[in-house]
Design a protein. Structure first.
Length: 377
């Protein structure tokens, strides 16, 4: 087979990337095995011999969206009488301590896990053992917990775990949670996310919105943690303009402080630089429609049962084609519309987002005549 020089170079690059990923995975597995070797080998169980009273979840190196996706599980466990404990990092402390389905929150510096004081709990659950880059943190945190039983979900490492639960094929993030509930003796067919009211934040937002009444409220989040999932400035400007061309509405743009710094408000367009995530959650709870790229805002909107149009950038997790993020973290509920894009065959289409938005109930009932070009470039 004759290859041109550019084709040959591209093939060699692909081979080199594949080799580097394999070596990275091999090194990760070796670190995982060495860390687990310091832990006592667990006696295997098919089920727990005695009912537990407390369950602890290591939840580090994960985002707020991951946490929201597990709130239904924690609410269910608390309702069943369990004491729900979370180990997390400082950046997530305010969110977890605001959840009424969590009883205790322990803060750890993931660079110094050995400094975490010992924690007592009946069961420790590794919800993300199926992600190898998260499993190492779970193993390290096991050494800081005095537990009776350890449960792993989807992981290949067996040594320190009394029970290992397999992942279903083409699973949604709530499916491993159902497997855990079944293993604890509480089978469940459906789980919904849960966010409780926070009076201080709710009062703040009601006061903030008192000046913006009489029109549908659209909360717009164009920002993600990575650039490929974030709307460009041109896409954001185009989306706002077409929404305002179609309907009379208030548009509230949310994001982190550094993301919002370059934006300017316009007529009926407001830049919401709040100092608390719970303020943003309360704002979303007052929205008629939420538009967001793939980030925590999607799952917050689902928890609050809001009309939602979300744009997911199709990708796999840990270079594993069996782990598709747009399936695993697909929005739940009847009010969510998911639009999938990629870098090749499914480009980001603003018109498709606008069309889906206008189809949501209670949004497109006030057509407007004037064209307002917000967010001038």
């Amino acid at each position: 087979m004759n290859l041109s020089r550019p084709d040959l170079l591209n093939r060699l690059k692909r081979i080199n990337r594949k080799r580097n990923r394999y070596l990275h995975e091999l090194k990760g597995r070796l670190r995982l095995v060495l860390s687990a070797w310091s832990l006592p080998a667990a006696r295997r169980h098919d089920s727990l011999p005695q009912p537990p009273q407390s369950v602890i979840f290591p939840f580090v190196n994960l985002g707020i969206g991951d946490a929201v996706c597990h709130t239904g599980l924690w609410q269910k466990l608390k309702g069943l009488g369990y004491r729900v404990q979370i180990i997390t990092e400082t950046r997530s402390e305010v969110f977890f301590k605001g959840l009424d389905c969590v009883d205790e929150v322990f803060i750890v510096d993931i660079n110094h896990i050995d400094r975490l004081a010992k924690i007592d709990s009946d069961i420790v659950v590794g919800m993300y053992s199926w992600m190898e880059r998260k499993a190492l943190f779970e193993i390290k945190l096991l050494s800081r917990i005095r537990y009776k039983y350890a449960i792993s979900i989807g992981g290949w490492l067996k040594r320190p775990y009394h029970i290992t639960l397999d992942l279903p094929a083409n699973f949604h993030i709530t499916d491993p949670q159902k497997c855990l509930l079944a293993a604890l003796g509480h089978p469940c067919t459906a789980l919904r996310y849960w966010l409780n009211p926070v009076p201080g934040s709710d009062d703040f937002i009601k006061n903030y919105l008192s000046k913006h009444t009489g029109k549908p409220r659209i909360v717009l989040n164009p920002f993600a943690s990575v650039n490929e999932r974030t709307m460009t400035r041109e896409q954001l400007t185009d989306l706002v303009a077409k929404l305002q061309q179609s309907i009379t509405c208030h548009i509230f743009i949310i994001g982190e402080t550094h993301q919002l710094a370059t934006l300017e408000g316009a007529d009926n367009v407001f830049i919401c630089n709040f100092d608390s995530l719970w303020h943003t959650i309360s704002l979303i709870n007052q929205a008629d429609l939420v538009i967001s790229v793939e980030t925590a805002v999607v799952h917050i909107a689902c928890a609050l049962n809001k009309n939602l149009v979300c744009v997911f950038y199709s990708t796999n997790i840990d270079y594993n084609n069996a782990l598709q993020s747009n399936i695993i973290f697909k929005p739940i509920g009847e009010k969510a519309q998911q639009i999938i894009v990629n870098g090749t065959t499914l480009p980001f289409n603003i018109d498709k987002v606008v069309q889906a938005s206008l189809a949501m109930p209670g949004v497109a009932d006030r057509p407007t005549v004037d064209f307002v070009h917000a967010l001038p470039g």
